[in-house]
Design a protein around this ligand. Sequence first.
Ligand SMILES: [Zn+2]
Length: 246
Amino acid sequence: MKINRLKKSHKNLSFYIQNFQYREPFQVIVDATFCQAALQNKIVVDEQLKRYLQSELKLLTTQCIILEAESLGPILQGATSIVKKFYVHKCGHEGKPVSGAECIKHMSKQSRYIIATQDRNLQYALRKVPGRALLYLHRATPVLDPPSDASKKLVKNTQQKSVTKNVERSLEQVKKAIEIASKQSEETPKIKRKTKNPNPLSCKKKKTKVIEHPQKKIDDKSKSIEKPKRKRVKLAKHVKLAIVNK
Ligand SMILES: [Zn+2]
């Protein structure tokens, strides 16, 4: 098998793993048309698919697929015997079977299956549904269908949405930050005002202005001019003499 082909299949498989939660062991629903093509090209389905996808696989089919193949009689006898070897997955149509294609469409809604089919109409229908992985045989070579436009579109939209969500989230964070900052700036002046208040210990009492009567002022002035009275101490004569003689 060519390396390029393996690289492509790996790339395509990675797309489904990354964007549509496909997980190993990958579940592959195989229908009778695929088994018929495998028979014609003389390939062993499970061996070839495991080698191509280089992964653990679980090959499945449904009761509806088997019943349809059986109903077609001897033409599909070989394919029917191959498809019967796979694990028969419950499809919900027990007792009232539908066509293989309808059953696969219904099944692919429920979980992450890789659909292995040569039915062109079914392939066309599944490509319209995002996230559906398709496998088909090109002669003897399995091909994992590249992601459909519907799948790529959905992934692109989801990525854009997540980008806008991230932008919205960061805008919201910025808004909150601004709100918090403005709240803080509203609160801080109050604290500043407190600190601006003069220290009560250093406060001087306000001088209360008293309107004085002019006459009182004059009286006060005269009082201040008045010299303090000296107390005259009378000294005895002999004391006076003693001081003078000194
Ligand atoms: Zn079914």
